[in-house]
Ligand binder design. Structure first.
Ligand code: SF4
Length: 411
């Protein structure tokens, strides 16, 4: 495949348009329906060994990244990924095909309806060239049930249930535009995405849907999209991370989303041995397997061996950190190293709930939501905000764990 690499620093990367980083190219694969078959997972593992640093990295948007790819080998890597149906035909389509499906959807009674919706949304995004103008981070999420889970939401979130499909816009999560079938819901998405683009052209400060809703109000955005009014009464419910025993499934989380080469080998080996056909990806940086009790026990044992996370309240799922320097060219602090130190300085007793985000710079790549404590790097130091009115400024990497442990105690 001879697709040119656009090596743009700061680009929201895909596979066809990777991003140049301090350790080579970041190649991000966007699995369809947020699922990977066993063969696709094996292909990604082999590709990471041959072309990357050997590991896979699960993102907070249910994508998978290979890091450390050389520009010379990028085209060959794409050939390998294409054979496993892991890439798109056009980088413009790849850029807008940001559809995140919660693992619970595939396990629910609405799985077929949701699959039909996702297929139509993908088709609309590919066919309507006007939508290629959507910003790279603009995303769509599909959840099941009547309540929205903010941790798995996006610019536009669909709630699929027995009777209806509700479309919720970020920034107005208690309201929704309701549809009776997947065709109307897809047309509704195209209308609201078009409205977002028009509003953005008029006011360039609008970068995401939440900006449009905050600036103009939900009613104005709905009206621009041609909807008379949005219904009230959608409730938000934070669901636990899908790890451990989930009833009809078992989930394993990975600290910072990093699935080491050896761990992936064990995991795919078990999947092959126990005929586990696929894994669903969660934005909590977890893999979820639809399995029965016997396979659950095997996955639990394996998780212990590979250091996987099976407790939804595990502190490793609540501390978020990007690679920072030197892996990322924008970072001026070693955010990953410092986040690991923070993780070790805390315990469930000292930080029983809440989230911490250690970011190499103000781009805040690792966690798209607001955290209870946030440390942002700049000029080699951190500015830390958390409980209390004043941020801590000029905090060094060596001091960060102690400062955060103190703030966590006060949280
Ligand atoms: S937030 Fe981290 S990964 Fe993102 S650009 Fe900044 S330093 Fe790089």
């Amino acid at each position: 495949m001879s697709i040119r690499s656009d090596l743009i620093v700061g680009w929201c990367p895909g596979a066809l348009r990777p991003m140049k980083s301090g350790d080579g190219l970041i190649v991000r694969v966007r699995p369809r329906f947020s699922r990977l078959s066993l063969v696709q997972l094996e292909t990604l593992g082999l590709a990471a060994q041959r072309f990357g640093d050997g590991n896979l990295y699960l993102s907070n948007r249910a994508n998978v990244q290979i890091r450390g790819v050389s520009a010379e080998e990028h085209a060959t890597l794409l050939d390998v990924l294409a054979v496993a149906n892991l890439i798109d035909s056009d980088p413009r389509i790849e850029a807008v095909r940001n559809i995140m499906v919660s693992p619970a959807v595939g396990l629910s009674a609405h799985a077929e309806l949701a699959a039909g919706l996702v297929a139509k949304l993908e088709d609309a995004l590919a066919r309507d060239e006007a939508l290629y103008q959507l910003p790279g981070k603009f995303g769509t999420a599909v959840q099941e049930g009547d309540e929205i889970d903010p941790a798995s939401a996006s610019d536009v979130t669909f709630l699929v249930s027995q009777d209806q499909i509700a479309m919720v816009l970020e920034g107005a999560s208690c309201r929704a535009i309701l549809f009776g079938n997947t065709r109307d819901a897809t047309d509704g998405f195209v209308a609201v995405a078009g409205a977002f683009l028009r509003l953005r052209r008029a006011q360039p400060a609008i970068r995401r849907m939440r900006d449009a809703v905050a600036t103009l109000g939900m009613d104005a955005v709905s009206k621009e999209a041609g909807f008379s009014q949005a219904a009230h009464g959608i409730r938000a419910a934070n669901r636990p991370a899908p790890v451990g025993d989930l009833g009809g499934a078992y989930g394993i989380g990975f600290a910072f989303g990093e699935v080491a080469q050896a761990a992936l080998g064990e995991l795919t080996g078990l999947m092959r041995q126990d005929c586990i056909a696929e894994a669903a990806l969660s934005p909590h940086r977890a893999l979820v397997f639809a399995v029965h009790d016997r396979e659950k026990a095997a996955l639990q044992e394996l998780s212990v061996r590979i250091g996987g996370i099976t407790d939804p309240n595990d502190i490793r799922l609540r501390v978020h950190g990007c690679p920072g320097s030197p892996a990322c060219l924008r970072g001026t602090v070693e955010a990953r190293r410092d986040a690991e130190a923070v993780m070790h300085a805390l315990s469930p007793a000292t930080f029983p709930k809440g989230t911490i985000h250690i970011s190499g710079c103000e781009k805040l790549c690792a966690y798209p939501h607001s955290a209870d404590i946030t440390a942002i790097g700049g000029n080699g130091r951190y500015t830390v905000t958390g409980p209390g009115p004043e941020p801590r400024i000029g905090v060094s990497g060596a001091e960060l764990a102690a400062v955060i442990a103190e703030l966590a105690g006060a949280a």
